[in-house]
Design a protein around this ligand. Structure first.
Ligand code: F6P
Length: 341
């Protein structure tokens, strides 16, 4: 059996751990052969492949990024894209595909599966916003990176009696902001799911200063002021129609300074959250996802996605993972709010 493997969308720590587990188990247990597609769906469209066997996956478990490369290519927005994909899979004698990706990459996998392509999905994203799975790998690493940054920012904020606004990733879901904010003792956490009242935020800033502490505000890049608009860096959209976000942190710092008279600075963590070596949890999760994904392929259980439920790895229909984004439930945010201000 020949299996194609691809990684698509924004990279995240743990992608290489999945690839390693898929290849190691596939070769050892099922005698499978592998073909690596470069740069996500673009590699399948352009027939751009690389060798993928046990020697190629040695030593990659702790490495961030992806040895296969990634892109946000959407074959459904390319004319003749689907025919190109099925043609290339045929000419390369690929029996099945393992697609490792988030909402967009697995959305393409779902549509291709509906058209008869044999595909199994593996959910990844630092945003943790895929349904059907308790966690995606990459998320824990991003949260830990952000938590460590906030731990450091506390001491410098205190020394200068400043407000520090920390902007983290998460355009539709505030999982990273909520988890790192709780873990690092942020004084205010702002997420896309709950538009915020700037007056209230300023009140919380002032009450924090009144107790002789300096406030740390964690804001997800997709957070919006009530009745405001999402902060954009550029109006350009990618192949899946996503705009580039970034800017809400700076906007907040300016507003807070003007309204409270307190000095405020912004730290945008950006792609630091996606880089470097995965945490133990993400290596564990990614490895187990890989082991289960190749077994799903071996058993011909296509159109599925591996998922974490509690501590078990299960299979769910691909459409369950990509149908609806998993956002922060109101009660989880309410629970954290008692610590604000
Ligand atoms: O989807 C993961 C993610 O890191 C989001 O949190 C963020 O909005 C986006 O990707 C940034 O994408 P890019 O790779 O284009 O910088």
């Amino acid at each position: 059996m020949r299996v194609g493997v691809l990684t698509g969308g924004g990279d995240c720590p743990g992608l290489n751990a999945v690839i390693r587990a898929v290849v190691r188990k596939g070769v050892q247990q099922y005698g499978a052969e592998f073909v690596g597609f470069r740069d996500g769906w673009r590699g399948v469209l352009e027939r751009n492949v690389r060798e993928l066997g046990v020697p190629q996956v040695r030593g990659i478990l702790p490495r961030g990024g992806t040895i296969l490369g990634s892109s946000r290519t959407n074959p459904f927005s390319v004319e003749g894209g689907v025919e190109q994909i099925t043609g290339n899979l045929g000419s390369l004698s690929i029996d099945a595909l393992i697609a490792i990706g988030g909402e967009d990459t697995l959305g393409v996998a779902t549509r291709l599966s509906d058209l008869g392509v044999n595909v199994v999905g593996v959910p990844k994203t630092i945003d943790n916003d895929l349904s059907g799975t308790d966690f995606t790998f990459g998320f824990d690493t991003a949260v830990n990176i952000a938590m460590e940054a906030i731990d450091r920012l506390h001491t410098t904020a205190e020394s200068h009696h400043r407000v520090l606004v920390v902007e983290v990733m998460g355009r539709h879901a505030g999982w990273i902001a909520l988890h790192c904010g709780l873990a690092a003792g942020a004084n205010i956490i702002l997420i896309p799911e709950r538009p915020f009242d700037i007056e209230r935020v300023c009140g919380q800033v002032e009450s924090r200063f009144a107790t002789q502490y300096s406030p740390i505000i964690v804001v997800a890049e997709g957070a919006v002021p009530a009745s405001g608009t999402t902060a954009l860096v550029s109006a350009d959209v990618d192949a899946f129609g996503h705009v580039r976000l970034g800017g809400i942190g700076n906007w907040l710092a300016v507003e807070i300074e003007q309204r409270t008279g307190k000095e405020a600075r912004t730290v945008v963590l950006g792609h630091v959250q996606r880089g470097g070596t995965p945490t133990a949890f993400d290596r564990w999760l990614a490895t187990r996802f890989g082991l289960h994904a190749i077994t799903a392929v071996h058993e011909g259980d296509y159109g599925t996605m591996v998922a974490l439920r509690g501590t078990d790895i299960v299979r769910v229909p691909l459409s369950e993972g990509t149908g609806e984004l998993k956002t922060v439930r109101p009660e989880l945010y309410d629970e954290a709010e008692v610590l604000f201000g």
